[in-house]
Design a protein around this ligand. Sequence first.
Ligand code: F6R
Length: 594
Amino acid sequence: MCGIIGYIGDKQAQPILFSCLKRVEYRGYDSCGIAVSGDGIKVYKDAVRVEALVKVAPQLSGTAGIGHTRWATCGEPSQLNAHPHLDCSGNIAVVHNGVINNFQSLKQQLIGEGHQFTSETDTEVIPHLIEKYYDGNLEEAVVATLRVMDGSYAIVVVMAGESKLIAARKESPLIIGIGDRESFIASDVPAILDYTDRVIYLEDGDIGVVSRDNVRISRDGVEIDREEHKILWNVAEAQKGGYDHFMLKEIHEQPRVIRDTLVEYTQTAEPVADLERMRDEGIESMLILACGTSYHAALVGKYIIEELVRIPVRVEIASEFSYYGQTLARTLAIVITQSGETADTLKAIKRLREVGCRVAAITNVVDSSTSRIADQTIYTKAGPEISVAATKSFSAQLMVLYWLAMGYSKADARRLASMLLELRQLPSKVQRVLDSGDMILQCARYLAKFENVFFVGRGINFPVALEGALKLKEISYIHAEGYAAGELKHGPFALLDENTPVIAIVAQDSTYQAMLTNIKEVKARKSPLMVLAGEGDEAIRELADFVITVPRVDALFSPVVNVVALQLLAYYTARERGCPIDFPRNLAKSVTVE
Ligand code: F6R
């Protein structure tokens, strides 16, 4: 995820910008750059690590500047696409986090007016718009620019000859740091903690005019006061954004991840040309390969694709793939991997290529080994995932699978329109699950005393049961198994008693009555029963010992809200048991051995 820094003060800006950029490296990035305002604006940027840029950058003299670490979304990682971006005159430089939905039309209009562009990014329209609207007042030009931009942004603007920086935000965080005869602007607190612990948080719609000794904030043209906060964390804590663990932070990022992935793929992305071509070639089935959590996303994908695209989908664990008879005629192969470095998945890709299959990859890491060897890559927009337990990457993978399935759907236009509406509401529904953390915490306190747990679900929520069990076992060290609810009676019933809780995921779909029957069977074996159910399900309340309610959604999307509740349940349970949540024993974030 991109990082932003701005500096204005008495000191030379360049070393400060670089040291602040190093502090946001943990967010992940593929390119970086700075612009310093002294004798004009000088920009230095490339698709390299900050350390490498520091070594080769010429000394840029000036006491104001901006910097950026970029995680490629719109346009590949390259020197030209790296930020900061300039206007035609080279006097206005901008760094930007977020997505401008209408950048294509703005760009066309600007080109028509004589502006020349050098990058593929959406960001580059911003300095050109500011240039267009500039009439002697930088702040007014920025306000006019924001008025025509549709999308999300955190921006910082510097202009030659101006002793101020302009900051603005909408749906992307931005803070102002107050120092002694110096001021900072940053995407997050760790960027500036080496210099100051006095911070103002900008809110959506705020415009900040920041100079060496002064900060002025306004919205809708009216000046406002924003409280100054003293940061009490150290840098390591600050990277967790105030959360106790990266896992909790990443769980809480999911509304944003879902929104970003949706925006990327429903509004700005090119059609998936290669998949289109494969369809023209008469694809009759799909094969999806993955490991661990990504495998569970693939299993959910099977339900989504079979329902919407109506072709058979086979899902295999990547490490098992070499042992099956490979009947792959007219099959589209997709691999899913967060890290892009999982050895089992890479081996499966090579095997697919050997048997003449073209491979599309869904991954979170730009330029990973997977993206280099796959025929085509579709990136999830989760941002770097640091906690070993995968959470937000799973949601992002699901979003890509929904988008793919809807793109090739045979469902009627009415169904698709209502699905699109549901998709847009998902971030706020997931937020409501996050807001119900207290209810989940009560369940976790109870669960933490047990050593064996079953998760059960049916249909599209069977893989969610598998994922709930995986999350719980890996971070709390409780033995947990995910089962198709109908399978309990074929063996696991022998294990059910008052010491073995069962967690049932109940969706309002065609599985509902059968799930009720399974729940009653579990109760009859005296297992403590926890149920995850849609709001207003009173019948469940009478049967269960604990109920975790989640907002109602179209059953096809129920995995998205259900999994977030189970991630929180695993997190709180592990915390109750005092486990090292972000780095569980014996596990690694990317598994590069077979
Ligand atoms: C579980 C987890 C692992 C990974 C698995 C595959 O929380 O993180 O099960 O999902 O190792 O990793 P990727 O998706 O990077 O291929």
